[in-house]
Design a protein around this ligand. Structure first.
Ligand code: ZN
Length: 130
């Protein structure tokens, strides 16, 4: 299943847990594996706390401190910080499915991570039966 994710700022986390759950339900898979993939070089997918929005703000701020926007990079497009952040977080996540449900910890949410927005992006979800 493919979703379009619209982002509104340069760096942004979008909670896509509901999208992933929708894909699991539509798949009809009871027990298996859910793959979430982002086909972009300046965006990522990650799993982290969904309860306190300060956590994702802190992650974005921490990434900004670790990967400054003006870092004397070679890439002429000028968005190397976005490429580096995308590689640090990665382009995919794998989540187990049990009893037709996504197996996530109580505080976990799945996030689409934008690092070069605003844009409209793709999120791909595939669910496989064991
Ligand atoms: Zn680039």
């Amino acid at each position: 299943m493919q979703f379009r994710i619209s982002t509104g700022s340069r760096d942004q986390f979008v909670d896509v847990t509901a999208n992933v759950r929708e894909a699991v339900a539509a798949s009809g898979v009871s027990d298996g594996v859910c793959h979430v993939f982002v086909p972009h070089t300046t965006a990522a997918v990650t799993i982290n706390e969904g309860a306190d929005p300060a956590v994702t703000r802190d992650i974005l701020a921490g990434l900004d401190r670790s990967v400054p926007r003006d870092g004397g990079y070679a890439h002429a497009e000028g968005n190397s910080a976005a490429h580096i952040k995308a590689s640090l977080l990665g382009s995919s996540e794998t989540i187990l499915v049990a009893g037709g449900k996504l197996v996530l910890g109580t505080w976990q949410a799945v996030y689409f991570c934008e690092f070069d927005g605003p844009r409209t992006r793709k999120l791909l979800v595939r669910v496989s039966e064991d």
